[in-house]
Write a protein that binds this ligand. Sequence first.
Ligand code: SF4
Length: 454
Amino acid sequence: METTAPTSRRAPVLQTAPKVGFVSLGCPKALVDSERIITRLRAEGYELSADYQGADVVVVNTCGFLDSAKKESLDAIGEALTENGRVIVTGCMGVDEAHIRAEHPGVLAVTGPQQYEQVVSEIHNVVPPAHDPFLDLIPPQGIRLTPRHYAYLKISEGCNHSCAFCIIPSMRGKLASRPAADVMREAERLVEAGVRELLVISQDTSAYGLDLKYATSLWNGQEVSARFFDLTEALGRLGVWVRLHYVYPYPHVDQVIPLMADGKVLPYLDIPFQHASPGVLQSMRRPAHQEKTLERILGWKSICPDLAIRSSFIVGFPGETEEDFAFLLDWLQEARLTRVGCFKYEDVAGAASNELPGHVPEEVKAERYARLMETQAKVSADLLSARVGKEIEVLVDEVDEEGAIARSAWDAPEIDGCVFLNGQSELEPGDMLTVRVEHSDEYDLWAEPAGVSS
Ligand code: SF4
């Protein structure tokens, strides 16, 4: 329901730098889009406002993946309208402009994902850039919304798959990879600016470069190929943590495991398996659903015993039987994945899976969700307890008067566990140190410094 009185489209002409408020919802990929828009705005002399009241316009970068995410996006738009009144909407939900306008007719403009130029031009319409901006307002590494010591590195947009539950290809289009030299230049700038961990993201990282026919490009006088292995190896030479997200278990992924065993990139793979039962994977139309993933995982661990695999699963997909679900639980106990997220299946407007027969009742979904989380909690607790007494390297994310919160190679920011360093208030975010693990629970570790390593 719209709650705000209509506002004039244009803000008064400003003598000072115009200020933009930014609300960024959704996945890390959306966060990277926000960062690009902000980088461009800063280059034009805009400033960011930390609150609604100080902003001349508010941009809401939405997520439209699940109905729950859409609701969150609509709520955020409503809040921005109430608190500020001048709101531009962008991001994944922007493809459904009619829905947004039906709920919030007062929004000034709606643009879709990756439409950086359109968002910026809409902002110009509402709040013109300050007179004669200095081009050097922008630091060489761009502006990042993530803390200074880690940054997401988006290597491609879009996806060539057609998973039955997903509307991302229709929102974001087919795979479009960035040339390898472009990615490497951005990565290098981030490292020069103090970033100590690069999180490689895309919709399908293992497919990187397919659309470019793996073309080479020139970076620092060397040819780098737009190929998953070559890019990973080049990033591994930058001397910072490199973490790979959204990888599918294709045979060529085997090639990066020795890089992990040799410490060139983090021993971490984020693989959204979504299920294990062959029948469910087939009706989900998942990439690599015919691969023998359990054998592949065991093979990887024989080369790199420290490998952490994070994954997400959907329970209650249409047609999922109790037998399919039991298969998944057995698979999880054998695969012993380090980190697992779980979602209850939801219909998403426009997804092919809505039409599938055998929708699972909500109470069955809830029961399967609880059983999966319970099974995985035991696996996770067991894996983490094996770390007690060991020395591990950690990167500090946050510090307060009670101590520091850090992460190990096995923990991606925001989604995985933490390593708590109680009493270590003198540390700084971005510090890297070696710690000795003293205690564990189902998801987190507690540790004491064993000596500063850098
Ligand atoms: S791989 Fe499947 S789930 Fe992932 S973006 Fe592509 S279609 Fe969607």
